[in-house]
Structure formats: C-alpha cells, structure tokens
Design a protein. Sequence first.
Length: 163
Amino acid sequence: MEIRAYREEDIPQMVEIWNEVVEEGNAFPQENPLSKEEAASFFSSQTLSSVAVENGRITGLYILHPNNVGRCGHIANASYAVLRAERGKHIGEALVIDSLVQAREKGFRILQFNAVVSTNIHARHLYENLGFIPLGTIKGGFRKKDGSYEDIVPYYKELSSKW
C-alpha cells in the first residue's frame, strides 16, 4: 500500500469513500454528501489530503488541518475514511500513522480528535494503541442519522520526534 498526497484525478474515488462515511451517519459530523465540485475545493483547502492506494485503487484517505487558530494553531485535527469493503485490513492504521508523521513535519505539536463517537470501538482501540489519550466523555455530543444521540470522546496525542 502507498500513502501519498491526493491528485486531482483521485477526487471521484475520494468523494465515494468520504460520502460513504457521511451517509452511514455514525462517525463524521457532516450531514450532507460532498458533490464533486465541492470536493475539489474541500480537499484542496486542507493542510494535507492524502490517499491510501492499493493495486491502483484508492482504499482510504485522510485530511489534516489546524484544529484552531492563533495561539492554538499548533494543534492539528484529522479525519479518516476507509472504503467499507476494505475495512479491517489495517488501512486506517496506516493512514493514522502517516498523518502523525506528516503533522509533525508540518510543525504541529499535537494531534487532537474533537468528536470520536463512543461506539466507534475500532477507531478508539486504534487511537489508544497508538498512544492517544482520551479526554473524557461528552454525553450526547453526536446526533446520529436516526436522530438519537451518542456520546463522544475527544482524544489527543503529543507529536514526538518518532511521529
């Protein structure tokens, strides 16, 4: 598997993967899928948008950007999406590790996730195995597609020279 910065020709596959997660309604805060036109602007506006490529096919992606501005601008935020049919193959892990390396190289000191849905046990397990620290629980912080509410857990990790 290769992880690289996205290219313009990757956008249709990226939209498919991103929208699959949005439409599932249990991980990303976005409620509406991206159009191909919106996607070009969205992915190009990030500090970094990268894709996982296997056998010429994009199987996952991540976006990396500042979590805040000014005196908190050294804290990054990232979102990850893996094609449903490719989940469970450690693509997400490779994407997270790459984002840690890239975030540090871009001068960020911390990577923070603001809203990991508490029942997203695979993501939570991965983050904790990679040394992310949970900050507590925000009760009912995520509105699911069906209108019910789920707890969220913010996470952070200081970016050492290793990452």
